[in-house]
Design a binder for this molecule. Structure first.
Ligand SMILES: Nc1ncnc2c1ncn2[C@@H]1O[C@H](COP(=O)(O)OP(=O)(O)OP(=O)(O)O)[C@@H](O)[C@H]1O
Length: 758
């Protein structure tokens, strides 16, 4: 009788044959796409009608995209197999493949046929007998894991082939690389519900640290693009993350899932032309994020629609024109009443005011003539003279045009109703205590906002700029056109370079230069991909928006995000217990109801795949202290290394980090310090690249990230550092996947008393 070793080898062999055949299909699909691409490029050159040329280009673009996808799925092409009760075997992979008879040989993980692979559980096997995970190294099958749902119904031969350790645990024990990986092979049932939830409406994914919210949201983006490709490729998907480092951390997940058409941005980048990275202190952040700031910005715009002290007096060309105060007030009311944005309504105000100035000019001329008449006693000039009444519409228009060319007139108009950019309005508002005092509602701590003129934009300013842009009706068409043009060229070249590399066309001498190919590819429209076009356009309406670490968004930030997605199709991912920003959410209803009026659904993730149970027990004490109503997620594994507290100052840190590094071998160490200690710690570990073996971060920077070992420095400083210090400590502790050490120089905070002492 064959022993277990032989059975294992036999099963591996058999799967290897299947997997090799799948890779052969992949190679064939690539060869076909390359041939189609070459045919599209090669056919007809510059000849043919414009329509033929456009059609060729569309085909070429499609084939190039297909090729890029086929190349992106090389690693781990096939990772799953199901055997069901009707005797059918299905292989699940990163993309779908068919044989020459058009029979499916590999099912795309996002397709309905792949569902049982993700949802089957021992209690509800969904028609499955067995689920098998295949582990590949390059194109070789190196291990198998089986989960059996109905042993009794398996035949003897199949039973003998059962192999494996739970695939999930194997995946979770892998060392961290500084990049988030995809988990397509081990998606859990509760995560699968999130991933496949309908595109319509807003879905909130609430879950404690490490429950896979981020990873599920990214797989959801890939799933939605697969299922609703038409809509979403046209409108685009936007993923909003807390900072650039986080976006780099997750940046590899979607391409590995075959999706490259997603815009990733931080909140500080959502206003084209501004890249804010500075952050406000808690007091300013809280006020800036307050929903009442929308009224403040609106009042600041109205405040710029001014009236003269008394009558308006404009001296130009040797005359003084006078427009009575009441007339100016009437003109302002009329311009406001049209309810157009400020810069558009200005046109109306200026047109009317110029007419009144023209009449005033006529009056002034008349007046001066009368004076001249009195002085000269010239009988020729005697008799009634009423220039003002003689002006008809044509005269008025001509006079207005002439007046508009005079500097003093322009200055006077700008004084009353200036053309404003969002940057100017918000910049001048925040550096003017007098204006802030005048426009802030009672009870708003406006003094917290005051800052010097020209200070760099903060992330909290961006929603204010966006609000201002809505009210001002920023006319950015010229800037947009220019930006599109240069970006379009760059994009075409970049794309062409990719095509040259992935297809080997360059090597074969079909195209030597990316710019030549780019020229061929020039989109008859603006040539930008949806993603690029959307990122450059403040008013772009995305098809779907995913917000990660969404608990940090202020009420003002939510207003901005909602403008980006008028269809209100959103995935909101976060954990109320981790809110660190003073302006962040205390409940999902509080931040979402103003926009969605209860029309949002919530899924909860309850299992922590990151943090071992020993560390989570300490984190749970912290959570109980800061948010008594919140339940910590349950860890899926014990690691066996008790988390520890080490007494000492920063001088003890190099040794401690060396110990932790040695303990995790090739893994990564994150040193998370209080704001007060961060500078000192960062000087010891200066790398700002997550792939470095050791990286020093503040809690805010560490949000959403994870490390094999974490060293928390100055827990008391973290607790005392902000009104949300408890939440911050909870975040810091839960970044560890294997080991935790806490370095403290004063007394260890009470909430950490469960740590082993050294
Ligand atoms: N089904 C899964 N299979 C394998 N690994 C998983 C799975 N789900 C989650 N993980 C891993 O668990 C870790 C935590 O996931 P993720 O960062 O998405 O959690 P999160 O809920 O966003 O956490 P936080 O709130 O702390 O930012 C990641 O390393 C992720 O790859």
């Amino acid at each position: 009788m064959a022993n277990r070793q032989d059975v294992r080898a036999e099963a591996l062999d058999s799967e290897q044959r299947t997997v090799s055949a799948l890779y052969a299909r992949l190679d064939l699909a690539r060869a076909r796409a390359e041939a189609a691409l070459r045919a599209a490029h090669g056919s007809g050159g510059e000849l043919g009608t414009r329509q033929a040329r456009v059609e060729r280009e569309v085909t070429a673009a499609e084939q190039a995209r297909r090729l890029a996808r086929l190349h992106a799925v090389e690693r781990g092409l096939c990772f799953g197999r199901t055997d069901d009760t009707s005797g059918r075997t299905t292989y699940v992979g990163r993309i779908g493949l068919r044989d020459d008879e058009h029979e499916s040989v590999l099912v795309d993980w996002r397709a309905p046929a792949a569902r049982p692979f993700y949802v089957a559980t021992a209690g509800a096997p969904d028609g499955l007998l067995r689920r098998r995970h295949l582990h590949l190294k390059e194109r070789r099958v190196i291990a198998l894991d089986d989960e059996v749902f109905d042993l009794d119904r398996m035949d003897e031969g199949d039973r003998r082939t059962l192999v494996g350790e739970a695939a999930l645990l194997a995946a979770l024990r892998r060392g961290r690389t500084g990049r988030m990986g995809d988990v397509v092979a081990t998606i859990q049932t509760e995560q699968d519900r999130v991933i496949r939830s309908s595109l319509q409406g807003a879905l909130v994914v609430q879950g404690g640290p490490g429950t896979g919210k981020t990873v599920a949201a990214l797989h959801r983006a890939a799933f939605l693009l697969y299922t609703h490709r038409d809509t979403l490729e046209r409108r685009g998907v936007l993923v909003i993350g807390p900072n650039a480092m986080f976006l780099r951390y997750i940046g590899h997940v979607l391409p590995a899932l075959g999706e490259t058409q997603v815009v990733m941005a931080t909140l500080g980048e959502l206003f084209p032309g501004v890249r804010a990275t500075a952050v406000d202190g808690p007091r300013a952040a809280q006020v800036k994020g307050d929903a009442r700031m929308a009224d403040v910005v609106a009042a600041a715009v109205r405040e710029r629609q001014r009236l003269p002290e008394g009558d308006l007096l404009v001296a130009a060309d040797g005359l003084t024109m006078r427009v009575p105060h009441e007339v100016c007030a009437r003109l302002r009311e009329r311009a406001r009443a049209v309810r157009l944005p400020h810069n558009m309504a200005r046109k109306l105000f200026v047109t009317e005011l110029l007419k009144d100035l023209a009449r005033a000019e006529a009056r002034a001329v008349e007046e001066s003539l009368r004076l001249a008449e009195l002085e000269l006693e010239d009988p020729e000039l005697a008799g009634p003279l009423d220039l003002e009444d003689d002006l008809d519409e044509v005269d008025l228009e001509l006079a207005s045009r002439r007046l508009w060319s005079l500097e003093p007139v322009r200055r006077a108009v700008d004084e009353l109703w200036p053309e404003l950019t969002p940057q100017r309005l918000v910049g001048e508002l925040l550096s003017s205590p007098a204006t802030l005092r005048a426009v802030a509602p009672d009870g708003l701590d406006w003094a917290a906002l005051v800052r010097p003129a020209g200070a760099p934009w903060t992330v909290g300013d961006v929603p204010l700029l966006d609000e201002a842009a809505e009210l001002l009706g920023e006319d950015d068409s010229a800037r947009r056109a220019a930006a599109r043009e240069s970006e379009a060229e760059e994009e075409q070249e970049r794309y062409a370079r990719e095509v040259l590399v992935t297809t080997g066309l360059q090597e074969e001498g079909v195209f030597q230069r990316a710019d030549v190919l780019a020229e061929r590819h020039a989109d008859p429209g603006d040539g930008l991909s949806t993603a690029e076009r959307a990122a450059a356009d403040r008013t772009w309406a995305y098809g779907h928006v995913i917000v990660d670490e969404a608990q940090e968004l202020s009420a003002m930030a939510w207003r901005m995000v909602m403008r980006r997605v008028p269809a209100k199709s959103l995935t909101v991912v976060g954990d109320i217990a981790q809110t660190g920003s003073a302006a962040g959410a205390r409940s999902w209803a509080q931040v979402l109801d103003p926009h969605l009026a209860g029309r949002w659904r919530e899924e909860r993730l309850l299992v922590n795949y990151r943090t071992p149970a020993e560390i989570m027990r300490v984190a749970a004490d912290v959570l109980r202290a800061v948010a008594p109503g919140q339940e910590p997620p349950e860890s899926v594994r014990e690691e066996g290394t008790p988390p520890r507290a080490v007494r000492g100052g920063v001088e003890r840190l190099p040794d401690l980090v060396a110990e932790e590094s040695a303990a995790v071998a090739d893994g990564r160490v994150g040193v998370i310090a209080s704001g007060a200690r961060h500078r000192q710690v960062a000087a010891l570990f200066p790398a700002d690249d997550l792939e470095a073996p050791v990286v020093a971060l503040t809690v805010t920077q560490a949000k959403g990230l994870e490390f094999d070992a974490v060293v928390v420095v100055d827990p008391a400083g973290i607790l005392a550092g902000s009104p949300m210090g408890g939440q911050d400590l909870y975040v810091a502790i839960t970044r560890a996947t294997r080991r935790l050490a806490v370095l403290h120089d004063g007394d260890l905070p009470q909430v950490l008393s469960a740590l082993a002492r050294e």
